[in-house]
Design a protein around this ligand. Structure first.
Ligand code: ATP
Length: 373
């Protein structure tokens, strides 16, 4: 187990800056995910930690060891960094058996054959592949090949585990079982881990903290819950798929909340916000997820909202223009004022409301995020 520190890391290809003066500290034992859209520089950052890519500037420390320091010309090769890596493409050797694939890093370290036999079999057992030890690795399914890659990454008990989109080539079901496998293996050794993905659900389910990367920079570094609840800015909100983004103007400000005029909805809304987030006259953008909005037919009894006695519910009226049945619940596109609002209902307790139904939407104030325009 080692901490990882990146200091002022930069990398360009021609005129395109891929990592832009990036600094990041990952404490011992943490599972951190670099999450961002394609091309934002996640893989290049990960490969720089592994020693498979050389940055133009900056320093990387693993534990006490400076593994890259461009200012001093230090670049340790991958096999001297104490890292294990799992790639999207499995990267296992087709001409070797499962056993020999996993044994490979130990043989490079000149570990005795008795010890190799013991450690490889124990690791294969750990990932549920001991029965396949002597099969050719290429005869295994994609999911099993990725388990071989995971076993090979952990067999030498590295200080750090690096994962480059390891689930991308697997189908939905295998993805979940491999994700659980990574979580299990990781929690056994509590190895410091860096994981790269563009998939939010992977990032949120595995990580202690998530670093959102956009354009070669980390724009938000937080727990999964905090990233979901409070995207740092509008670009992060868009990347995370916050469906409803509305324009507003701040009318009034109290200690913990603000009253906003939202002409698109023809309504005023109260939102929770931090001091300094919104001042009277500010033009802002409001973000709210479809799943945070409650939908009710106007003919139904108003919902019991006593669980949030001090919470302004921001109720607005509208007309359903589109209903999409999602298997588990439904999504509604609702015309409110001059705008459309997306709302997601998770329950199948009653039949989905058909188009043209008049509805009440509740937009809980603590679920609305305010962004500078
Ligand atoms: N060897 C290279 N030569 C030129 N350009 C490169 C090279 N490697 C990466 N790039 C470019 O650098 C940018 C960042 O690549 P990187 O793979 O780090 O992004 P990413 O966020 O991991 O994206 P993805 O999820 O698509 O892999 C991309 O525009 C990519 O085309």
């Amino acid at each position: 187990m080692s901490s990882i520190t990146l200091t002022k890391l930069s990398k360009s290809y021609g005129s395109s800056t891929v990592i832009d003066d990036l600094s990041l500290s990952i404490p011992e034992g943490e599972f951190l995910t670099l999450l961002g859209p394609s091309g934002c520089g996640k893989t290049t950052t990960l490969r720089s930690i592994a020693g498979l890519e050389t940055p133009d500037a900056g320093q990387i420390t693993i534990g006490e060891k400076v593994v890259t320091c461009m200012e001093q010309g230090t670049v340790l090769p991958p096999n001297r960094r104490g890292v294990g890596m799992v790639f999207q493409s499995y990267a296992i050797w087709p001409h070797l058996s499962v056993f020999d694939n996993v044994a490979y890093p130990l043989r490079r370290q000149r570990v005795s054959s008795k010890e190799i036999q013991h450690r490889v079999m124990a690791t294969l057992e750990n990932v549920g592949l001991d029965h396949a030890a002597h099969r050719s690795a290429t005869l295994l399914s994609g999911g099993q090949q990725q388990r071989v890659a995971l076993a090979r990454a952990i067999v030498s008990k590295p200080d750090v585990l690096l994962f480059d989109e390891p689930l991308s080539n697997l189908d939905a079901q295998l993805r979940i079982s491999m994700r659980d496998e990574i979580q299990r293996v990781r929690s056994q050794g509590n190895t410091t881990s860096v994981y790269v993905t563009h998939d939010q659900s992977e990032a949120f389910s595995l990580s202690d903290r998530v670093a959102i990367m956009l354009g070669g920079k980390i724009v938000q570094l937080d727990t999964p819950e905090a990233v979901m609840a409070r995207p740092a800015n509008l670009m992060v909100a868009r990347f995370l798929g916050v469906e409803n983004l509305l324009q507003g103007v701040v009318l009034r400000r109290d200690a913990g909340s603000a009253l906003l005029d939202v002409p698109d909805l023809g309504a005023t809304l109260t939102v929770k916000c931090r001091p300094g987030d919104a001042n009277p006259g500010d033009r802002v953008t409001l973000g709210i997820r479809s799943a945070s909005i409650t939908v009710q037919s106007e003919n139904a009894e108003p919902a019991d909202e006593s669980q949030y006695p001090d919470e302004p519910r921001n109720t607005v009226s509208g007309t359903v223009v589109q209903t999409t049945f999602l298997g588990e619940g439904a999504q509604y596109r609702v015309a409110v004022g001059a705008s459309h609002v997306l709302a997601r209902v998770w329950s199948n307790d009653s039949a989905p409301l058909p188009p043209n139904t008049r509805v009440r939407l509740s937009l809980p104030s603590h679920r609305i995020t305010v962004f500078d325009r």
